[in-house]
Ligand binder design. Structure first.
Ligand SMILES: Cc1cc2nc3c(=O)[nH]c(=O)nc-3n(C[C@H](O)[C@H](O)[C@H](O)COP(=O)(O)O)c2cc1C
Length: 197
């Protein structure tokens, strides 16, 4: 069987979404997909990033991960996208990147590809559901197929229960978080592979 091609793409200021993306990429690979891990470009000026030690440290940690390109988008059959929440929506860096995809939208190049999303927020009820839903709404404009985890695995009753996608507060992923991300990534791979048949 042909391997499905998955791009795991993330934006992260302090590292949480980077950790989620790495866990998702590992799980997608273990599920049999060909995987590319990519980061969404920073839009804040270098001087602003450098002014915060934690922000600069994260920028350095992910410097060797390639920035997402249109070629990656054309290559992929499906996407796992992870982004922080900002004032109840996705981070502006994620939005700014989506806003560069008008050409692909116009050509219909992303139609029929799958997507699943995660989000983080400082507060448990700080807006992750909205951030993920916004991601799916934009994806639907491209004709993409959102693949939410729903409650398709018992881990969803342990991880905070966001049916739209894994959500977490800042910090390293705990074991339940890892299980949930892995379930979501596996489900993406399984359904993407079925659609490709
Ligand atoms: C400008 C700004 C706005 C934010 N807005 C929210 C928010 O609406 N709700 C919330 O709970 N956390 C909010 N946060 C906290 C971020 O969601 C948190 O830093 C992020 O999820 C951590 O992810 P990262 O480690 O991948 O950067 C905000 C942070 C910043 C810098």
């Amino acid at each position: 069987m042909t391997k499905s091609k998955i791009v795991v793409v993330f934006y992260s200021t302090y590292g949480t979404n980077h950790g989620i993306a790495v866990a998702a990429a590992e799980a997608a690979e273990a599920a049999g997909a060909e995987v590319r891990l990519r980061r969404i470009p920073e839009t804040a000026p270098d001087a602003v990033v450098a002014s915060q030690e934690a922000w600069k440290a994260q920028a350095d940690r992910m410097a060797d991960i390639d920035k997402i390109s249109n070629e990656d988008l054309l290559w992929a059959d499906g996407f796992y996208l992870s982004s922080p929440t900002r004032f109840g929506g996705m981070a502006s860096q994620t939005r700014a990147w989506l806003d560069t995809l008008g050409g692909l939208w116009m050509a219909g190049s992303l139609a029929g590809k799958t997507i699943t999303a995660s989000a983080t927020a400082q507060n448990r009820n700080g807006g992750t559901e909205g951030a993920i839903q916004q991601t799916y709404v934009s994806a639907m404009h491209f004709g993409m197929i959102p693949i939410a985890p729903g409650y398709t695995d018992p881990v969803k009753s342990e991880d905070g229960g966001n049916p739209y996608g894994f959500s977490a507060q800042p910090g390293e992923l705990d074991e339940t978080g890892r299980k949930s991300v892995a379930h979501q990534a596996r489900r993406l791979v399984d359904l993407t592979t079925k659609l490709a048949k």
